[in-house]
Design a binder for this molecule. Structure first.
Ligand code: PLP
Length: 406
């Protein structure tokens, strides 16, 4: 009997996950994985943050914890603390009761929850979502998946290897009023290029004049500068100016909780009543997709965010990660300079956060993989966390070869 699914075609593998699988299968002793956006130690190993170990221990020993369902919108202490973390302890919007929150399946789930709410309830029915060119590949997939058309705004200028502010503002100005703009508040993925405070002001001016809706996606708070407050600058600035917005928060990177899927959608609205209505619709939709979110990761985050001592330990852990990444930027830059590798490499030290957009071409990336067993995405993005003092010279020499000869 023929299968009822004969017509189903095979979907392409996810690029990042396929890259990691290729890396794992490669037996070469000098192989380097610069693909996945996950923190690695100087020894190239995953890092369980010491503060997370402490929170784990507290949770294991807590006799009052059970495995009952969480509410549909998740763990309240986590939701409140997440909103406070991103908006600031002194947030006027929180004090005025117009900030909502929904615990979601990590950052991805938070983007999805916000996007699917907009697909159903956004008043401008034909509005497109504008995403930066380039961006995290899932942005397009998520918005298109819920039926919102996706357009791009210029972001990366290959000439200057910096921000194309002019192009970005022109697209914002030209977009129909009430368009949705997805913005990375810090540590832009994949370019590592962020607007300055003055540039954020210019962006906010156009967003306000055109009545566009702001959807922030923050997956790297604390990872960019090492300071949680500094990395929240753009969001707090927009809130101060009176914007309504959605903020998708991920705790994968800044807590190292990748597999626990701890995330939150923070919602800033004009009034407590509107906040309540939006939360109720998100709860209704969430019930039909995941019923209610998983508890463990949210409990860990909540434990740390709601305890002064653990919170400051977390800040130290964040500095450890951010500083190691910053030192690897410098080390790579120094190695390339010492080799006299053709081209300018200042962008390696100027870019911010986990990634660097090297400017390496797709054919060069291919040679890096085949000849040097170095794995990175075709667009030339490297995860700085994959570098350490033992492999940075090897990587720089490989880059030097491909730049000169390929
Ligand atoms: N948003 C951006 C820009 C990201 O880079 C990522 C992860 O790489 C995420 C969201 C979501 O990550 P997760 O769902 O693992 O929390």
């Amino acid at each position: 009997m023929a299968s009822i699914f004969e017509t189903v075609s095979k979907a392409p593998a996810d690029i990042i996950f396929a890259l990691t699988a290729d890396y794992k299968a490669d037996p070469h002793p000098d192989k380097v994985n610069l693909g996945v956006g996950a923190y690695r130690t100087e020894e190239g190993k995953p890092w369980v943050l010491p503060v997370v170990h402490k929170a784990d221990k507290i949770l294991v020993e807590d006799e009052h914890l059970d495995h009952e369902y969480l509410p549909i919108l998740g763990l309240e202490s986590f939701r409140k603390a997440s909103a406070k973390l991103i908006l600031g302890a002194d947030s006027k919007a929180i004090a005025e009761g117009r900030v909502g929150a929904a615990q979601c399946i990590s950052g991805t789930g938070a983007v999805y929850a916000g996007a699917s709410f907009l697909a159903k309830h956004y008043p401008f029915k034909q509005a497109a979502c504008y995403i930066s060119k380039p961006t995290w590949a899932n942005h397009r997939a998520i918005f298109e998946g819920v039926g919102i058309s996706v357009l791009e705004y210029p972001y990366w200028d290959p000439e200057t290897r910096g921000l194309d502010l002019k192009g970005m503002l022109a697209t914002m100005e030209g977009a129909p009023s009430g368009s949705i703009f997805l913005l990375h508040p810090c540590a832009h993925n994949p370019t590592g290029v962020d607007p300055t405070p003055d540039q954020w002001k210019q962006i906010a001016d156009v967003m306000e004049a055109k009545g566009h809706f702001t959807f922030f996606d923050t997956a790297y708070q604390g990872f960019a500068s090492g300071s949680l407050d500094k990395d929240a600058y753009s969001i707090r600035y927009f809130v101060e100016r009176g914007f309504e917005m959605f903020i998708a928060q991920s705790f994968s990177k800044n807590f190292g909780l990748y597999s626990e899927r701890a995330g939150n959608l923070t919602i800033v609205t004009k009034t407590p009543e509107i906040k309540d209505r939006i939360e109720s619709q998100i709860a209704k939709a969430q019930r039909a997709v995941i019923s209610n979110p998983p508890a463990y990761g949210a409990r860990v985050v909540s434990q740390v965010l709601n305890d002064e001592k653990l919170y400051s330990e977390w800040e130290e852990n964040l500095s450890t990660m951010a500083n190691r990444i910053i030192s690897m930027r410098q080390a790579l830059f120094d190695e390339l300079k010492a080799l006299g590798t053709p081209g300018t490499w200042n962008h390696i030290v100027d870019q911010i956060g986990m990634f660097s957009f090297t400017g390496l071409t797709t054919p060069q990336v291919k040679v890096l993989k085949e000849k040097y067993h170095v794995y990175l995405t075709d667009n030339g993005r490297i995860s700085m966390a994959g570098l350490n003092t033992k492999n940075v010279k090897y990587f720089a020499q490989a880059v030097d070869d491909v730049v000169r000869n390929h």
